[in-house]
Design a protein around this ligand. Structure first.
Ligand code: PLP
Length: 412
């Protein structure tokens, strides 16, 4: 009989969102008339920008004619898209990233997992707690951890707790680690990183020969002009950081699929014979072997994000979600709750009131006001006592949900 990858049996996840669905379905069955509003999932709700749709429609026309038809594209993505990204997202901010250091992909969730292909088995890996579960689960699948304990913490990972006690920013590890996952603006907490804070990580990585895996999926939500959008705005980051970006949250591509990963040619890792190897070469080889590129049509849609019309439409989309976040923040504060995030990020991180656990507060919101959020403990042990509300929803739903809370619940 075929042997399975036993590491999959260690996975605790597949627990959070199914458990939410189970409780919501049970409640809906008992209360068929309840109008449940879901502020739980991190998926966008608004249509694709017109500029992206027009570009994709034109690209379909290209595919209808033998002279402009496209078959396999470059595994790294079309140069015309990578050039626009290099100029608009990086060089315009003073980051010396060239188009050949950019790899187009079908998602940064995928890349966050796939990147482990080019790293060895013996790395010490640090994640924040709470954390985007993909970073942890992909390491479990790759056999980089032991079993999970009762709190869901895997043996072998270094957890860096974040809470209101440390301004929702992880402290540097006290030990030496090799790989560090950072996500700013953060999912789930909505926290941001200042330049000084990222500098402290780049310094740490340089001292410890570590690589930072920097997830910037939410950079478009940064409105505070003092905050860096890219890790490469920090001097020295080209020697110690890989950056993941996505068109999912800024341009609503969650169902369309396009993202990018930056692997600077100056990044090095160590082989078992002690020699230093360019990580770019390994990632390029990995993508060329296991990936055949993103659809031409979708890449044309992503390219339109950098047109004048595209930029204006994306600005509008991001502002719309940020206004939702502001409404959530203001109304929850009125109801007597303590809230974090939601200013430069589409997530509001709520301290559960009255010492309630994350799941108790989940049940309370569901039963009293028919609102669904995400229990913080689902993102890690240190998320216990917190709750995530997403600003990805229609304005009507956000206003109605907040009205229900302010009129029916008072934690003052
Ligand atoms: C949504 C999200 C992404 C984007 O994933 P895609 O696969 O590009 O849709 C990446 N990282 C985090 C933390 C996210 O929340």
């Amino acid at each position: 009989m075929a042997r399975i990858n036993d590491n999959y049996l260690k996975l605790k996840a597949g627990y959070l969102f199914p458990e939410i669905a189970r409780r919501v379905n049970a409640f809906a069955q008992e209360n068929p008339d309840a109008n449940i509003i879901k502020l739980g999932i991190g998926d966008v709700t608004e249509p694709l920008p017109q500029a992206c749709r027009d570009a994709m429609t034109n690209a379909i026309a290209d595919m209808a004619d033998r002279s402009s038809f496209k078959g396999y594209g470059p595994e790294q993505g079309y140069l015309w898209l990578r050039e626009k990204i290099a100029v608009n997202d990086f060089q315009s901010r003073g980051c010396a990233i060239s188009p050949d250091e950019i790899f187009i992909s079908d998602g940064s969730k995928c890349d966050c997992g796939n990147i482990l292909d080019i790293f060895g088995k013996d790395n010490k890996i640090a994640v924040t707690d709470p954390v985007y579960p993909v970073y942890v689960d992909t390491n479990v699948m790759a056999g980089h951890t032991g079993e999970a304990n009762d709190k869901g913490e895997y043996e072998g990972l270094v957890y860096l707790p974040i809470s209101a006690n440390n301004d929702l920013t992880a402290q540097l590890p006290t030990e030496s680690v090799d790989l560090i996952y950072l996500c700013f603006p953060n999912n789930p907490t909505g926290a941001t990183a200042t330049k000084e804070y990222l500098e402290s990580w780049v310094n740490y990585a340089q001292k410890n020969d570590a690589i930072i895996l920097f997830d910037a999926a939410y950079e478009a939500f940064i409105t505070d002009t003092s905050l860096p959008h890219s890790i490469y705005e920090i001097e020295g980051a080209r020697e110690c950081a890989i950056e993941f970006r996505s068109f999912s949250k800024n341009a609503g591509f969650t169902g369309t699929r396009c993202a990018l990963t930056v692997v600077p040619k100056t990044l090095k890792g160590k082989a078992s014979d002690g020699s230093e190897v360019e990580l770019w070469k390994l990632w390029n080889r990995r993508q060329s072997t296991k990936f055949n590129g993103v659809s031409y049509i979708v890449q044309r849609g992503a390219e339109a994000v950098y047109s004048d019309a595209g930029k204006a439409q994306i600005n509008e989309l991001v502002s719309f979600y940020l206004e939702n976040a502001q409404i959530i923040r203001e109304e929850l504060t009125k109801a007597g709750l303590t809230v974090y995030g939601g200013v430069n990020a589409p997530y509001v991180w709520v301290k559960t009131p009255e010492g309630l656990s994350s799941w108790d507060f989940f049940d309370k919101l569901l039963h009293h006001v028919n609102i669904v959020g995400t229990p913080g403990s689902g993102f890690g042990a240190a998320g216990e006592g917190y709750f995530r509300l997403s600003a990805f929803n229609s304005r009507d739903n956000v206003i109605e949900a907040m009205k229900r809370i302010t009129t029916n619940m008072n934690f003052n």
